[in-house]
Design a protein around this ligand. Structure first.
Ligand code: PMP
Length: 361
C-alpha cells in the first residue's frame, strides 16, 4: 500500500537564509552578520511581550481555553471589529491554511499575485487545490490593476491581494479591492502582513461590510513576534463560523498568546518599528546604486541586473550581509533587502553598492 499521497506537484517552502547556517558555511561569527533576508523586526521583540513570555512560563501545563478567546477579544477591540469576526491562527500562514480548509474542495483554485508570496499556492496544493496567478508587472513597475485581476479570474475560490506585496513592496487601494470583489465570484483575501508599514486605510471594514472580502494580519512583522507564530484574520460572518469548525484546537500556544497581548499594548515599540522601516526604505531607495522599486513595506526590492541575484546574494553573504535572492519568486535579477537597524541598513547599502559596482563596472 502506498502510504503517502502523490505529492509530486508539491515543493518545500524556501525560507530566507538564517544567521547560523550562513555563519557556519562561511566561517563567520554569527554576531557579525546582518540578517536582512526575512523581513523580521530589527528592534527585537517588544519589551512588554518579553516580560509576558517570562510570566507565561508557569502556566504552560494547562490548555489556553479562556486565554485564546480573551486575546481574540483584545485583537477585536484594537481593530474595532466584533469578536465573532476575528480568528487567531499560528501565523498568517496558519490563517491561510484554515481558511483554505473551510473553503477549498478537491480541484478548487486560488488566484495569487505574481511575483508573490509562495505559501498561498503551497497551502492550496496541500489541500488538493491548485494555484493560478495574475501578473502584477506591467511595464516598469508592479502595480495592482483590478481589471487585470478580474480578466485573469477563472472561477477560483480565493483571490489573494497582498498589500503591501512581498517581494515587490507594492500597495493597493481599497477601491481596487472592492472592484476585484465586485468582479469575481470568490473571496478576496487581503493579506495585510505588512499593513502597519503602509499609509493606506485597512481593508478590515470591507471584511465586516461584505461577505466576500477577508483580511489576514500577523504579529510577525511590526509586532516583532515571528518566532512565536501568531496571526489573525478578520472574516465575514459565515467564513468566521466555518473557520471555527475546521480550526485545530488550541492552534496558538499560551506563551504566544500572552506575548501577543503584551505586544498589542506596546505602542512605543510598534511606533519605533514603523518609523525605522519608513526611514530604511527611503534610505535604501536614495542610496542604493542598483535601481529599486517603491516599497510600502519593511523591505526594498533592488534590481541588480545584468548580475545574477544568486551570485550577488552569495557574495553579500561572504561579506556578512544576508539578503533574499528573489529567484524563487521568479525575479532572478533582483534581491530583497529587509530594513535592519540603522547601522545594519547603512552597512547593507555599502556592501550592495560595492558588489554591484564591481560586477557592473
Ligand atoms: N504574508 C506575507 C506576504 C509574508 O511575506 C509572510 C511572511 N514572510 C507571511 C504572510 C507569513 O506571516 P506569518 O509569520 O504570520 O505566518
Amino acid at each position: 500500500m502506498n502510504l503517502l499521497r502523490d505529492l509530486s506537484a508539491l515543493e518545500e517552502y524556501v525560507p530566507g537564509r538564517g544567521v547560523d547556517e550562513v555563519a557556519r558555511e562561511h566561517g563567520l561569527d554569527p554576531d557579525d552578520l546582518a540578517k536582512l533576508a526575512s523581513n523580521e523586526n530589527p528592534l527585537g521583540p517588544p519589551p512588554a511581550a518579553e516580560e509576558a513570555i517570562h510570566e507565561a512560563a508557569e502556566g504552560v501545563n494547562v490548555y489556553p481555553t479562556a486565554l485564546h478567546n480573551d486575546v481574540r477579544d483584545e485583537v477585536a477591540e484594537a481593530l474595532d471589529a466584533p469578536a465573532e469576526n476575528v480568528v487567531l491562527g499560528p501565523g498568517a500562514d496558519g490563517v491561510f491554511d484554515t481558511v483554505g480548509r473551510a473553503v477549498l474542495e478537491d480541484g478548487d483554485g486560488v488566484l495569487t499575485p505574481e511575483p508573490g508570496f509562495s505559501y498561498y499556492g503551497m497551502s492550496a496544493r496541500n489541500l488538493g487545490g491548485y494555484e493560478s496567478s495574475y501578473p502584477l508587472r506591467d511595464g516598469d513597475g508592479f502595480e495592482y490593476d483590478a481589471e487585470r485581476i478580474v480578466d485573469t479570474y477563472d472561477g477560483e475560490k480565493v483571490v489573494y491581494i497582498t498589500a503591501p506585496n512581498n517581494p515587490t513592496g507594492t500597495d493597493t487601494t481599497l477601491e481596487t479591492v472592492e472592484r476585484v470583489a465586485d468582479g469575481v465570484e470568490g473571496i478576496v483575501f487581503v493579506d495585510e502582513a505588512y499593513w502597519e508599514f503602509s499609509d493606506r486605510p485597512t481593508a478590515v471594514p470591507l471584511a465586516l461590510e461584505r461577505d466576500d472580502v477577508a483580511v489576514a494580519r500577523t504579529f510577525s512583522k511590526a509586532y516583532g513576534l515571528a518566532g512565536l507564530r501568531v496571526g489573525y484574520g478578520v472574516l465575514p460572518d459565515k467564513l468566521a463560523s466555518a473557520y471555527r469548525k475546521v480550526v485545530t484546537p488550541f492552534c496558538v500556544g499560551s506563551v504566544s498568546l500572552y506575548a501577543a497581548r503584551g505586544a498589542l499594548g506596546d505602542d512605543e515599540h510598534r511606533r519605533e518599528t514603523i518609523e525605522l522601516a519608513r526611514w530604511g526604505r527611503d534610505y535604501m531607495s536614495e542610496e542604493l546604486e542598483p535601481p529599486t522599486y517603491e516599497s510600502h513595506g519593511n523591505f526594498v526590492l533592488a534590481d541588480v541586473s545584468p548580475m545574477d541575484a544568486g551570485e550577488v546574494a552569495a557574495e553579500l553573504e561572504r561579506r556578512g550581509v544576508i539578503v533574499r535572492d528573489t529567484t524563487s519568486f521568479g525575479l532572478p535579477s533582483c534581491i530583497r533587502v529587509s530594513v535592519g537597524t540603522r547601522d545594519e541598513t547603512r552597512r547593507a547599502v555599502e556592501e550592495i553598492n560595492y558588489v554591484y559596482e564591481e560586477g557592473t563596472a
